[in-house]
Ligand binder design. Structure first.
Ligand code: CTP
Ligand code: CA
Length: 228
């Protein structure tokens, strides 16, 4: 019922959501990846769709099927994701970077499969920094566009956890930052989540726990409050 009452508050808003995790190839059969399933990003895309938004889901190696009723654009590496996010965000009212982006990629991608015989007992990889997509989107931001970042932190001390989020949102310059705690057993591939939403100054403007769908609706509430 709450969903019906809130109903169509995103009517006519173009929302672009990235979800999943990037993969950086080492050779034709291997990659460096991360444990993001894409579930929280998908829940956001679904919630925005149900509230009337025109949704584009930029899907980075999702563990699950993308939902119906939205445009789905695939992206695999960080550099593909960056290009697609810039193109899709141009006329969007809300941009949400829920995807986990690889911070580094192998400096070279082997043309053929890396063979043990050629490498011996140890294998050294050199990784180079990927560009910060969120930061780039903030720099290219159109008037009135709301940009939302995510931060997954393993810090267990609650104050230090918030401080990490505050420092991150200042560094990124996004309008909002959704901060959540992750660990070996929390956050990934689970159905529930617990988050704190910070504004660009680091003030807490929302808190939510429960199913990823409920958390998604609370995040959208915080976005709508910013738009007014
Ligand atoms: N992000 C991005 N491009 C990157 C890395 C991260 O756009 N190259 C985005 C993520 O999608 C997320 C936000 O930035 O919305 C924060 O990601 P996070 O990994 O928590 O932050 P980093 O700046 O990479 O810092 P850390 O060293 O803690 O990983
Ligand atoms: Ca990172």
């Amino acid at each position: 019922l709450a969903r019906v009452a809130r109903s169509r508050d995103f009517d006519g808003v173009r929302v672009v959501v990235s979800a999943g995790g990037t993969r950086e190839p080492l050779d034709p059969v291997r990659f460096l990846g991360n444990r993001s399933s894409g579930r929280q990003g998908i829940a956001l895309a679904e919630a925005a769709r149900d509230r009337g938004a025109d949704v584009t889901l930029v899907a980075a190696n999702l563990d699950v099927q993308p939902p119906q009723g939205m445009r789905v654009v695939p992206a695999s590496t960080a550099s593909e994701l960056r290009e697609i996010m810039h193109a899709e965000s141009r006329d969007a009212g809300v941009v949400i970077m829920a995807a986990a982006v690889a911070d580094y990629r192998p400096d070279t991608v082997s043309e053929g499969k890396i063979k043990k015989e050629d490498r011996g007992d140890t294998l050294q990889l050199t990784l180079v920094r990927n560009p910060d997509i969120l930061r780039g989107l903030v720099e290219a931001r159109a008037n009135n566009q709301i940009i939302v970042g995510f931060a997954a932190e393993t810090e267990r001390n609650p104050d230090a956890f918030l401080d990490l989020g505050r420092a991150k949102v200042r560094r990124k310059g996004s309008d909002l930052l959704v901060l959540n705690r992750v660990g070996w057993t929390e956050g990934f591939a689970t159905s529930g989540n617990e988050v704190v939403v910070l504004d660009t100054r680091g003030d807490i403007v929302g808190e939510a726990s429960g199913s990823k769908r409920d958390v998604a609706d609370r995040i959208l509430d915080a976005i709508i409050r910013r738009q007014r």
